[in-house]
Design a protein around this ligand. Structure first.
Ligand code: PGA
Length: 250
């Protein structure tokens, strides 16, 4: 009953010509029937992404946004601006934003709330570091990250967002969580949210992220609580990302 959702997170990569090539390849190769696909591009490429994908079944969004609508926030981009370029989605709280740019659970929660208020669907990213996994506090960390947002946007907010569970130790490292490890955490997170509202938890798309590639995507997405993927490195290659999308069970 949950539609598979596969998202490309290009991070700070790409040139104009590479972006054009990727988009053409995705449009030609991805079968979107029964699947949701979205591309998270750097801000400056959003006009090109909009031009290329408008009218296709592939959606797009930004990797970050500021919570305020406008004002003296040098270097920031608002949700209203993103909407002008057709963004339906925005990432919130990616681990790189949290660790490299100081985004706390509270900052992330405010961004999620602002996105929902603007009518842009947030993809809320959560996940534990290697140290936290080794300490056995994976569940605790993820529940805290989810719980802070839940306190701010409530069950109704959670009905309108997407969660991406990305163990930090698996991001960009080539070390994918095993399907069992990922499934265990996804199930635990869904159960945690079901304590608040079973219906919301059952309908929530929870994506896996962290070194997903065409070769491991089908096995990961076959797990009952894994509803798709947030793909970094492999989304910069047409064959890899197309393979991941087309491997998503329909
Ligand atoms: P990766 O990145 O696929 O390169 O590990 C995933 C992400 O950071 O969203």
């Amino acid at each position: 009953m949950r539609t598979p959702f596969i998202a490309a997170n290009w991070k700070m990569n790409g040139t104009r010509s590479e972006v054009a090539e990727l988009l053409a390849g995705f449009k030609a190769g991805i079968n979107t029937e029964g699947r949701q696909v979205a591309i998270f591009a750097p801000f400056v490429f959003l006009p090109a992404v909009q031009e290329a994908l408008q009218g296709s079944d592939i959606a797009w969004g930004a990797q970050n946004a500021h919570k305020e609508a406008s004002g003296a926030y040098t270097g920031e981009v608002s949700l209203g601006m993103l909407k002008e370029f057709g963004c339906q989605y925005v990432l919130a709280g990616h681990s790189e934003r949290r660790t490299l740019f100081g985004e706390t659970d509270y900052i992330v929660a405010d961004k999620v709330a602002a996105a929902l208020a603007a009518g842009v669907t947030p993809v809320l990213c959560i996940g534990e570091t290697l140290q936290e996994r080794e300490q056995g506090i994976t569940g605790e960390v993820c529940r805290r990250q989810l719980g802070t947002v839940l306190d701010v946007v409530g069950v109704e907010g959670f009905r309108k967002l997407v969660v991406a569970y990305e163990p930090v130790w698996a991001i960009g490292t080539g070390k994918t969580a095993t399907p069992e490890q990922a499934q265990e955490t996804h199930a635990e997170l869904r159960a945690f949210l079901a304590e608040t509202d079973a219906d919301m938890a059952a309908g929530l798309q929870i994506l896996y992220g962290g070194s997903m590639k065409a070769a491991n995507a089908a096995e990961l997405m076959a797990q009952s609580d894994i509803d798709g993927g947030l793909v970094g490195g492999a989304s910069l290659k047409v064959d890899e990302f197309t393979g991941i999308c087309n491997a998503a069970a329909r």
